[in-house]
Design a protein around this ligand. Structure first.
Ligand SMILES: *[C@@H]1O[C@H](CO)[C@@H](O)[C@H](O)[C@H]1NC(C)=O
Ligand SMILES: *[C@@H]1O[C@H](CO)[C@@H](O)[C@H](O)[C@H]1NC(C)=O
Ligand SMILES: *[C@@H]1O[C@H](CO)[C@@H](O)[C@H](O)[C@H]1NC(C)=O
Length: 579
């Protein structure tokens, strides 16, 4: 039994002839509640606490919270969170995307779990090829590195699926570039780098997760897509109730409020409050994180042991790169390497594809570029950071006090003299945030459908970090609806500039891994890139820009990285003549 759409009861008050219908509905609901009292009773202990937390630092209330989960029916547990594609075309695309990001099969875990047979970064090594050395390297060549993984007993690993990141850098030169890692599925991996500067270049290889940890991350998404859960306060007059909300709720006898967006079809549900109607929903907040690992599994997520740990070189970790040699052919690696989109040199990002990057070092250079423009920023806190950055560097850009949440917004800032307007709005649910008015959570696709667009309009969006715990089909579906809106926008206003922020690697702790591991981000990032290929939009490759930089991975990259990203953004808005 489900109580449907919160919109349906709205008609009741519009005119007297509906009064009878309303009365009838009220009696019906009363009788329904009376009959279901025993069922509702079971779920009485809904939690009421508002977690004043930052994005992705879920509250640590696991013990309390377990009692708020209505007991799942075991046979429904597996597939209770699935999403119907909107059309056969969407379904086909979804299947192709899932195939394209398929991760190598990872080992099942021994019971009881011991680390012995799992990947040990301390035993694993990398070697610059050719192993004998003696090669001269020039700018323009490609450097190939062989990574060999071993377990904690020092035995070679025979299967792939480890999560590895690689970077080439020279700290003194402020130089860095991301490498590409290839899994040979036999325990060895290759990393390939483009050599882009003269002088020393040092290889850095990081084990993000052993393949066995991926087994756990995979299972969590399948079995516990609701491990991050949300809540809403419902209120009417002096009556107030709190229930659990999510994109999928475990099937129980309890009726639901269905807040599925009627335009985009994006799902969202809350358990129906006992006394109040679905219309009485006031807030949305991050309820917390329901952590439920099997015995010993947390051992697979130890910082400094097997999570985000450097792998050492078996020989030298660096090469000396000589100037470009015009007479000699460039050394290419044996691996097809599409190449990085850019690299750092003296701390400044140099683009190898996309627009040439200019440096907007002064506030007047930035406001000259943005003069007469409207910038719409949509997404999560990693986009909000850009709004904050622009406000910090542009003294004439004044933020209005909209009395909105400092974390979720919406925000608006205006430079009246230069006619610059910058807006920020969070993406629609799921939003892991402090308590905010539910009515403020708008879907990006719907927002884009309300833009006129044009050459003075810049649209920037970034949506990834709040989707990690859900089946990737939810993310695909979300991007499909955003992409449809982007296509409509570019059709009616082809001059609109659309920029899309990619994900980025972050600091990893056990809880961070289970709720927002780089592995989850990596998979979603591949989907994002594939889905916007071929459209007249530009990707802001923050993944590479964070990976290539010497500063530690951070969900919210530090100011020197943000400055470089904003330079790329402004370079798209104001491409300089002759570039
Ligand atoms: C693994 O596969 C790669 C690529 O085929 C090969 O070069 C390497 O020698 C193999 N390693 C082992 C340990 O078999
Ligand atoms: C929720 O509402 C949507 C849109 O009206 C509908 O398609 C969907 O079937 C409903 N879901 C449930 C579980 O009632
Ligand atoms: C901006 O700063 C960068 C880094 O400090 C410097 O390399 C560049 O020359 C400066 N550009 C301009 C236009 O001032």
């Amino acid at each position: 039994m489900k109580i449907r759409g919160h919109r349906e009861t709205v008609v009741s008050f519009c005119c007297p002839k509906f009064a009878a219908i309303f009365l009838f509905l009220a009696v019906f609901v009363f009788i329904f509640l009376l009959f279901n009292m025993d069922v509702l009773e079971q779920y009485e202990n809904f939690f009421i606490y508002l977690c004043h937390i930052n994005l992705l630092t879920p509250c640590q209330f696991q013990h309390k919270v377990i009692t708020t989960f209505p007991a799942p029916r075991p046979h429904l547990q597996r597939r209770f969170c699935s999403f119907q594609p909107r059309s056969p075309e969407d379904a086909l695309e979804e299947r192709l995307l899932l195939d394209s990001i398929a991760w190598p099969e990872t080992p099942s875990l021994p019971v009881p779990l011991s680390l012995e047979q799992t990947t040990d970064p301390a035993h694993s090594t990398f070697t610059i090829l050719p192993e004998k050395g003696g090669r001269q390297w020039h700018v323009g060549d490609q450097l190939e590195v062989m990574i060999k993984t071993y377990d904690f007993k020092g035995r070679p690993k025979k299967s792939g699926g480890d999560v590895l990141l690689a970077r080439l850098h020279n700290r003194a030169l402020g130089a860095g570039v991301a490498g590409k890692v290839l899994d040979h599925l036999n325990g060895s991996y290759s990393a390939v780098f483009s050599l882009l500067w003269e002088g020393s270049a040092q290889v850095e290889v990081t084990l993000v997760h052993p393949s066995e940890a991926v087994t756990v991350l995979h299972r969590l998404t399948r079995e516990q897509p609701d491990r991050i859960y949300f809540g809403s306060v419902f209120r009417s007059g002096s009556v107030s109730e709190t229930t659990t909300c999510n994109v999928c709720l475990r099937p129980t006898q309890q009726p639901l409020c269905n807040y599925t967006d009627l335009i985009t079809g994006e799902p969202w549900f809350c358990y129906k409050p006992k006394k109040l109607s679905c219309d009485a929903r006031i807030t949305n907040y991050n309820g917390g994180f329901h952590k439920q690992l099997k015995a010993q599994e947390e051992k697979l997520f130890r910082s400094g042991v097997n999570m985000k740990v450097y792998i050492r070189a078996s020989g030298s970790a660096s090469v000396t790169v000589l100037p470009k040699n015009k007479d000699q052919p460039e050394v290419k690696s044996s691996i097809v390497h599409s190449g990085p989109v850019g690299y750092y040199y003296q701390g400044a990002w140099q683009a190898l594809s996309g627009t040439k990057v200019h440096h907007f070092n002064t506030s007047s250079a930035i406001s000259q570029c943005l003069k007469g423009k409207v910038v719409h920023l949509y997404g999560d806190s990693t986009i909000r950071q850009w709004f904050e950055h622009l406000n910090a560097v542009l003294p004439d850009l004044k933020q209005f006090n909209l009395h909105s949440s400092v974390r979720v917004g919406p925000f608006m800032a205006l430079d009246y003299a230069n006619n610059i307007l910058v807006n920020f709005r969070f993406h629609g649910p799921p939003v892991r945030s402090i308590s905010v008015p539910a009515i403020e959570l708008h879907y990006i696709a719907n927002e884009l459908d309300h833009l006129v667009g044009g050459t003075n309009t810049i649209v920037v969006f970034g949506i990834w970090a709040h989707f990690s715990t859900f089946p990737i089909e939810l993310y695909i579906r979300r991007l499909q609806s955003i992409r449809r809106a982007v296509v409509r926008l570019l059709d009616r206003a082809p001059g609109t500039l659309v920029l899309i922020r990619t994900a980025n690697p972050k600091t990893m702790t056990l809880d961070a891994a289970l709720t927002n591991s780089d592995w989850y981000s990596l998979q979603r990032d591949k989907v994002l890139r594939a889905m916007f290929k071929g459209l007249n939009v530009h990707l802001l490759d923050v993944w590479e820009m964070v990976l290539a930089h010497h500063l530690p991975h951070n969900l919210h990259p530090q100011p020197p990285i943000i400055k470089n990203i904003i330079d790329v953004v402004l370079s798209y808005i104001c491409p300089q003549k002759g570039s």
